[in-house]
Design a protein around this ligand. Structure first.
Ligand SMILES: Cc1ncc(COP(=O)(O)O)c(C=O)c1O
Length: 318
């Protein structure tokens, strides 16, 4: 069986978000709720996968193979898409075998899993990494970690139209800027390409700066023939990727209580906390209208919050 590009163009709602810290200084927020896109293929993942799937279909590929960690939102969406749209999926997982809620879902969705020790996984960017896997899975299309690269970014450009279509539903004639969490920088690069300088895109880095995301974003923009401008990366990793702390967890709980919008601590809560810091630090002008992208990831929350315990003040580190 070969991969068929699905005819599926889901849309996510744009909603007003009124946290007290934004109201207090006259900054207006809206959120593009990609977490509500679909119960399984949620967040920014579908957009990052779309062009990879189209490429795979055009090549007559027999399935898709990709890689990620034991809580990977990307593999989760890929496996769910495989089950939904009838294509085979293979996931290469980092480290020793683990039993996480995500891994159990991958298996239930029918993804074939292989565990790579850290050394083997580190080689993922090297030329020739995929060759033995494509020998083992002939005719499969390899998708880079996180659905990254220019094809991933091009799929995310659709988010601009999604916003444009819905601005009037929240009574806005326009918005001033985007704000979103950044892992590989693919989603940010897609928005930068779509905006072509019209609205700035602010990316809150959920990974440390030494991961070289700035270079990766520049590379995608260069490959697309676009100028390296129209965006800014803001440090927001708070001590490391997937590290949480009491302030983050308290913010997350307070924000959820105030807005009824679920967050997770790895990407979306860090990005929104970085936005609060920018707003409270006076870096966002009164009267600004910002669109926060809820990039999903709530499936990963099951494990992320397991390592924290609840007390009467909220979540704290276990
Ligand atoms: C929930 C969530 N938000 C944001 C991101 C960051 O997206 P990108 O890698 O496109 O920067 C990711 C990672 O892919 C993610 O899983």
């Amino acid at each position: 069986m070969t991969v068929i590009a699905p005819d599926w163009s889901p849309s996510a709602p744009l909603q007003r978000l009124d946290p007290s810290w934004a109201n207090a200084v006259g900054v207006e927020l809206a959120v593009l709720r990609l977490d509500l896109l679909d119960p399984l293929i949620s967040g920014n993942k579908w957009f990052k996968l779309k062009h990879h799937l189209e490429q795979a279909a055009a090549q007559g590929a027999r399935g898709l193979i990709s890689l990620g960690g034991a809580h990977s939102n990307h593999l989760h969406a890929l496996a769910a898409a495989g089950q939904r749209f009838g294509f085979a999926s293979v996931g290469l997982l980092r480290g020793a075998p683990q039993d996480t809620p995500t891994v159990r879902d991958l298996q239930a969705f029918g993804m074939t899993l292989h565990w790579l020790d850290h050394g083997a996984y580190r080689a993922r960017h090297q030329v020739g990494f995929w060759a033995p896997w494509l020998q083992r899975y002939p005719g499969f299309h390899a998708v880079p970690e996180g659905g990254g690269g220019l094809p991933g970014a091009l799929g995310c450009a659709a988010l601009r139209d999604m916003l444009q279509r819905q601005l009037s539903t929240i009574g806005w004639a326009d918005s001033d800027a985007w704000w979103l969490a950044v892992g590989s920088g693919t989603t940010l690069a897609g928005l930068v390409l779509a905006e072509a300088g019209r609205r700035p895109v602010y990316g809150a880095l959920a990974v440390p700066e030494r991961y070289g995301i700035a270079t990766q974003v520049r590379e995608v923009l260069r490959e697309a023939g676009a100028a390296d401008q129209g965006y800014r990366l803001v440090p927001a990793a708070r001590g490391g990727f997937a590290r949480s702390d009491d302030e983050l967890l308290a913010f997350m709980q307070q924000c959820e209580a105030e807005t009824a919008m679920p967050l997770e601590p790895v990407y979306t809560a860090k990005a929104l906390l970085a936005l609060r810091e920018a707003v409270q630090g006076g870096y966002v002008a009164r009267g600004s209208r910002l669109v926060f992208v809820h990039t999903g990831g709530l499936q990963g929350r099951r494990a992320a919050l397991r390592s924290c315990r609840l007390n009467q003040d909220g979540y704290t580190q276990a």
